[in-house]
Design a binder for this molecule. Structure first.
Ligand SMILES: [Zn+2]
Length: 199
């Protein structure tokens, strides 16, 4: 059996380290990269290099940023009295796309996950506590994911913020409009029922 050239083997090995990419997919991607125009393949390489060089975490909220601070932290029109705590930059993006929230954010860069050996110290919780203590926030909205780990993380943070003079709230977990109750996760339904509000 013929062997892969060294470079092909290397790119397959690198691609197969990406999440969700197994050996077969890595091979397919490698052959695709070899088949497309050279400029297209190099554009991909450049994009990877640029994103790693130019993007960092916002020094205030840990969102992705191309400057010291992210665009949201730099935007004076945002409501400076509200702080929404999310697990990942992609959660922040999802909330931004819903276009209902106009306050500030704090990105934890993960969640407390004892089974994966991720403790509070590996997240940005200390920075959050400092920020709340030194800031003028009136409300902190916990928007961690509605999972066991997300709830545990929110609980840990609310304990850490207990002696601060701020209102702590949690995202409501209604059944989203248009969803079919039958197919909705039981826990979400239970939360939706116990958290029901008068019309
Ligand atoms: Zn920021």
């Amino acid at each position: 059996m013929a062997e892969l050239t060294e470079s092909v083997a290397h790119v397959i090995e690198q691609l197969s380290r990406l999440p969700g990419i197994g050996r077969k997919s890595a091979e397919r991607l490698a052959y695709h990269i070899l088949r497309v125009h050279e400029s297209e393949a190099l554009a991909l390489a450049d994009a990877i290099r640029d994103v790693r060089k130019n993007v960092r975490y916002c020094s205030t909220c840990f969102n992705l940023a191309e400057d010291e601070q992210c665009e949201i932290c730099q935007d004076a029109r945002r409501d400076q009295s509200m702080l929404c705590v999310v697990e990942q930059p992609r959660d922040l993006m999802a909330l931004e796309q819903s276009a209902t929230y106009r306050g500030l954010y704090h990105v934890l860069l993960g969640r407390i996950a004892p089974l994966d050996n991720i403790g509070p110290d590996q997240l940005t919780i200390d920075a959050l506590v400092d920020r709340v203590r030194d800031g003028n926030f009136q409300e902190i909205i916990m928007a961690t994911n509605p999972t066991v780990e997300g709830d545990g993380t929110a609980l840990h943070i609310s304990n850490r913020l207990q002696d601060q003079d701020v209102k702590l709230t949690r995202l409501a977990r209604g059944v989203t409009a248009g969803s079919i109750l039958e197919y909705t996760n039981k826990e979400i339904l239970a939360d939706a029922i116990s958290g029901r509000q008068p019309l």
